[in-house]
Design a protein around this ligand. Structure first.
Ligand code: ZN
Length: 462
């Protein structure tokens, strides 16, 4: 007997969308059958709806702190916000403190997440201190199911930056131990100098956040990371790529067959540096910064052509109050914005409804490709027999205005405030259970599981 049938929807299958029933047994997809023919204990009527594989957001920061403040979302509430936005799997981060062990940082993060997490999650291990001891831990981390290390090429003042010699050594060892790197790629030297000059000149407005991080700072760091990848053989993924000239570097590297991928984020597709002139400009400070409208066209073109392989949220839920604490100067504002829940309707509306990308490409960017790149494409990111029954049913007709009122958490501002969007989730199915219906969470804290990841599958470039 089947447990659940998602009936009569337009189902986005690996070979393309078609009207079908998705039949689920236990936690797994049992089959795809003709519309109206699926039989099961529970039926979700998806007539007029689109059925997608559950979203995969491989770049989120839940439960983080800044200036004594906690982010609004932890692994329970942030997971619920994700599920409401049709995302059923995330990859968050574990932190190695300088002088400390990576494995200790990893185990600490598992302890924070496991008792309460509400969706499946993996962890990128942030590396801040590269020495013989920590290089010796990589194989053990890999055995724990970690498939990627994160390096910040900037943020020395926060104890995060890894300098070039250490980065190179880390990539040599990571390649041997079957780990890839995800990189925050910005040139520290240029940015630190421009910031110091701006601060000394009394330029405090949030627009200076962008003016002190010109495109060259991203482009040079991406170029350096690609060179290191080519030399060491270590796979890399560039996080939150914004600068259009970075796209050409990614494309050239991929055409050469290097193990290189990259993503951009929802906010870089929906917002431009115009937002840094608004009265609430400080709420739009993120790194890399929002760039021009012309630059944004390059990102859409790269998504259309499959040069960029994911659109992530880079979720960080600092509240409006926390963002305002630092607002006196661009140099003291907490970086980042929330987007874990908005990623689905924003990308669906701007991408599919407004005709910038196809429904198939949307599905690849939202779910399939990040699942493959980060080592769980064998279980997630596709609607196919034997895959995990993680699905989202969306309404391609209903329109709603996004804002603080539509968010799950009390963050106090929404970067997309006032946009009229479609493609909202009506039901989210996680491991065969309807865990969100019309915005209401029906699951339980602790239902999520840690993902042991396998080697990446990198999509080809046509
Ligand atoms: Zn991030």
């Amino acid at each position: 007997m089947n447990d659940l049938v998602i009936a009569n929807g337009t189902v986005v299958l690996p070979e393309g969308p078609r009207l079908a029933d998705v039949v689920i047994r236990g936690e797994t997809i049992a089959g795809i059958v003709d519309p109206g023919t699926g039989r099961g204990a529970q039926i979700v009527d998806a007539t007029g709806r689109i059925v997608l594989p559950g979203g995969v957001d491989p770049h989120v920061h839940l439960m983080v702190g800044f200036m004594g403040q906690r982010s609004v979302y932890d692994f329970e509430s942030g997971g619920i916000a994700a599920l409401r936005g049709g995302t059923t799997t995330i990859v968050d981060f574990a932190l190695q403190r300088r002088g400390g062990s990576m494995l200790a940082g990893f185990r600490h993060r598992r302890k924070q997440a496991d008792p309460v997490v509400t969706l499946d999650y993996g962890l990128h291990q942030i590396v801040t201190d590269v020495n013989a001891d920590t290089l010796g831990e990589l194989a053990a981390l890999r055995a724990e199911g970690v498939a990627s290390l994160k390096v910040y090429m900037i943020y020395e003042e926060d104890g995060l930056k890894v300098e070039d010699g250490a980065l190179y050594a880390l990539m040599q060892q990571a390649a041997k131990d079957d780990l890839m790197l995800v990189l925050h790629a910005e040139n520290a030297g240029i940015i630190e100098r421009l910031r110091a000059e701006a601060v000394a000149a009394g330029h405090t407005h949030p627009r200076w956040h962008a003016l002190t991080r010109p495109p060259i700072t991203e482009v040079e760091a991406i170029s350096r990371a690609i060179q290191f990848s080519g030399d060491t053989g270590c796979g890399i993924h560039i996080l939150h790529l914004v600068a259009g000239d970075g796209v050409a570097l990614i494309e050239a590297a991929r055409r050469k067959g290097l193990p290189v991928t990259a993503e951009t984020c929802t906010h870089y597709l929906a917002l431009t540096d115009e937002a840094l002139e608004r009265p609430n400009a400080h709420e739009f400070v993120a790194s890399p910064p929002l760039r021009s409208a012309d630059n944004q066209l390059v990102l859409w073109d790269a998504l259309r052509r499959g040069v960029l392989n994911a659109v992530t949220s880079d979720e960080v839920s600092y509240s409006a109050a926390a963002k305002a604490m630092g607002a006196a100067s661009f140099a003291t504002i907490a970086n980042g914005c929330t987007g874990i829940e908005a990623r689905l309707p924003v990308l669906y509306t701007l991408g599919v409804a407004e005709g910038r990308i196809s429904l198939e490409r949307f599905t690849e960017l939202f779910s399939t490709w990040p699942a493959q790149i980060f080592g769980f494409g064998d279980r997630k990111g596709r609607i196919a027999p034997s895959y995990d029954a993680d699905l989202v049913v969306i309404d391609p007709q209903a329109k709603r205005t996004i804002g603080t009122a539509t968010d799950y958490g009390a963050i106090g501002y929404n970067p997309y405030e006032g946009m009229e969007l479609t493609g909202w989730a009506t039901e989210t199915i996680y491991r065969g259970q309807v865990v969100v219906k019309d915005g209401t969470f029906l699951g339980r804290a602790g239902q999520g599981r840690f993902l042991h990841r396998v080697a990446p599958q990198r999509p080809g470039l046509s």
